[in-house]
Ligand binder design. Structure first.
Ligand code: HEM
Ligand code: HEM
Length: 196
């Protein structure tokens, strides 16, 4: 049975803000990551790398806050009619997102910290982000750089695949099942319009 928009179970304002800010940042991170690694080296590429690193560290900070918030605030209940395996699938996908939202920035931070190039990372020109502790020996740095780079690239593509699945599930909930799941992540005024 469908509830009214007023009574629909929903995420709180902070959870929604963190979700949509992260979603926008992730789209920019995937686009900048793919673009910067495929363009001619030069100032534009260098600036895009700096921007990618700064926004990536911001995603890490937002994710740490979001995980703390998630542990202290219960998410809205999924529809009672949803089969058990689907609920488990949704929870696993969300857990996967949280792991990737931590793993991606951490692997990125690690890969620039061990890079033999030793380039500094600035947070949008405001302050320097220190490198994570790294061995001094060049051969070890190069080896760790290769590993962390591979992990970062693999995690990036895995996140993109999970995002396609997530958006597909959202479309199914709003267009086919027509339940409250998508509205639960939308502010009331947009949810009310979406219901019309
Ligand atoms: C949520 C955060 C992040 C996402 C979604 C992300 C995504 C990506 C993607 C999609 C690529 C291109 C992969 C490819 O070559 O196909 C990439 C490359 C790269 N990222 Fe990130 N990234 C994130 C955070 C970071 C952070 C925090 C740093 C550093 C502080 C960083 C540094 C790099 C570097 C240096 C490369 C180039 C690696 C190479 O040469 O192949 N990333 N990232
Ligand atoms: C890269 C971008 C995105 C990431 C990382 C992401 C991540 C997440 C995570 C982790 C949750 C679970 C929240 C919880 O802990 O309960 C969630 C829920 C949700 N997301 Fe996203 N999301 C992204 C983009 C989107 C987009 C583009 C849409 C809409 C088309 C969307 C719609 C939803 C909805 C409706 C929920 C609530 C689902 C439920 O209650 O089970 N998300 N998202």
């Amino acid at each position: 049975m469908e509830g009214t928009v007023e009574r629909d179970p929903r995420y709180g304002g902070v959870a929604m803000a963190l979700h949509w800010l992260t979603a926008a940042a992730i789209l920019l991170m995937l686009a900048s990551g793919i673009a910067m690694t495929r363009m001619e080296p030069g100032m534009t590429a260098f600036n895009l790398y700096q921007w990618h690193k700064a926004l990536g560290i911001t995603v890490l900070a937002l994710t740490l806050i979001r995980i703390l918030w998630r542990f202290t605030h219960r998410p809205p209940a999924l529809p009672a009619a949803m089969p058990h395996w689907e609920k488990t699938g949704a929870r696993l996908a969300h857990l996967g997102f949280y792991l990737l939202l931590l793993g991606l920035p951490l692997s990125g931070w690690l890969l620039v910290s061990v890079s033999p190039l030793n380039l500094p990372t600035s947070w949008f020109g405001l302050f320097l982000i220190p490198h994570l502790p790294a061995p001094a020996e060049m051969a070890t740095r190069q080896m760790l750089n290769d590993w962390t780079e591979q992990a970062h690239v693999l995690a990036g593509w895995t996140l993109l695949a999970l995002l396609v699945l997530h958006v597909g599930a959202a479309l199914r909930h709003s267009l086919i099942l027509r339940d409250h799941v998508v509205r639960s992540m939308l502010p009331r005024w947009i949810a009310a319009k979406a219901k019309d």
